[in-house]
Design a protein around this ligand. Structure first.
Ligand code: PEP
Ligand code: MN
Length: 332
């Protein structure tokens, strides 16, 4: 159950109530928001006078649940709004990894030329092998920060472990929690302690409920700026890298209140499918797209097979803009 207490209750009373109903809580705009384990149907008598509103919940999809907030939440990425009723589709574009000043500067120029707002680039790469390129780390973050300054782009980059959160917050506008990190509660709890937007990618072996519950770790700590990203799940099919779960996206739209980003690049794993998939994603009525683009994909230090080259990306963005016009979305 989610409980909103009356405004300006003193801390001691809030803590008493939280203990009584076994809730965790955070305080926002002078209102304490308590979340109890799911299943509690009625308010205990002794707290009724302190409660403003409450929502019984059947399971632990609570703060992210549409039953709690029927409107999709908005999250501010720099000056760009994602979610809500904006009709914005934020196209997060850029290379898999930040590799050099020259590389990230040229990707930034491409993004600016196409009037797009949000640049991606990994600096702490969660690779499957310890022998592959692990990312430029802090040096890469500083390059992203430079791009933010020079080109006025929003920047998103991932954390590989919780010790990197402070650095990532300092140099970027969104913290990306990767698919492999979705279950890392150290990372999720650290993300909960900031107000920085957090984009959580779906673990490729997790159910939709588990995915949404990862978001609950951040929301219930008081950070309401959470974005969900579907990036493909593992199925029996090995012809493509993963399987983009568009049915799952319909589920997320139906049952959750968080902005939704779709990542066809990591789902497909091969450049040839990205253009068609991106259009299918846009047709789903989502809030953002994540597409990897590199000046020289063949020689990329990570995810070489799936990154678009500039010509492919430029053509795709043109097509997506035309489609967005018809569907009344703003591709930003
Ligand atoms: C990435 O965005 O480059 C990445 C590693 O994604 P994922 O966590 O979805 O594999
Ligand atoms: Mn990648």
């Amino acid at each position: 159950m989610i409980i909103h207490l009356k405004k300006n209750l003193n801390k001691q009373r809030i803590e008493e109530i939280a203990q009584l109903v076994k809730a965790i809580f955070y305080v926002k705009d002078d209102i304490a928001v308590l979340v109890t384990p799911a299943g509690l149907k009625e308010l205990p008598k002794e707290i009724q006078d302190d409660v403003d509103q409450f929502w019984p919940m059947k399971n632990d999809l609570q703060l992210a649940n549409k039953q709690y907030r029927s409107e999709r939440r908005t999250v501010k990425i720099g000056n760009t709004i994602i979610g809500g009723s904006t009709n914005n589709v934020v196209l997060i574009g850029g290379p898999c990894s930040v590799e050099s000043l020259e590389q990230i500067d040229s990707a930034s120029i491409l993004m600016k030329d196409l009037n797009l707002s949000t640049l991606r680039g990994g600096c702490y790469k969660p690779r499957t092998s310890p022998y592959s390129f692990q990312g430029l780390g802090l040096e890469g973050l500083k390059l992203l920060d430079k791009m933010r300054e020079k080109h006025g782009l929003n920047v998103i980059t991932e954390v590989r472990d919780a010790t990197q959160i402070e650095e990532v917050i300092q140099y970027s506008d969104v913290i990306q929690v990767g698919a492999k990190a979705m279950y890392d509660q150290g990372i999720l709890r650290a993300c909960a302690k900031t107000q920085k937007p957090v984009l959580i990618k779906r673990g490729f072996g997790s159910t939709l409920q588990e995915f949404a519950q990862a978001a609950e770790f951040v929301l219930s700590g008081g950070n309401e700026n959470v974005i969900l990203c579907e990036r493909g799940i593992r199925t029996f099919e090995t012809g493509t890298r993963f399987t983009l779960d568009l049915c799952g996206v319909a589920w997320l739209k139906e049952y959750t209140n968080l902005p939704i980003v779709l990542d066809p690049s990591h789902a497909m794993g091969y450049a040839y499918g990205i253009s068609d998939l991106s259009k299918a994603c846009l047709a789903m009525g989502i809030d953002g797209l994540l597409i990897e683009v590199h000046p020289d994909p063949k020689n990329a230090k990570s995810d070489a097979a799936q990154q678009l080259n500039y010509a492919e990306f430029t053509k795709l963005v043109g097509e997506l803009k035309a489609m967005a016009g018809v569907l009344n979305y703003n591709l930003v």
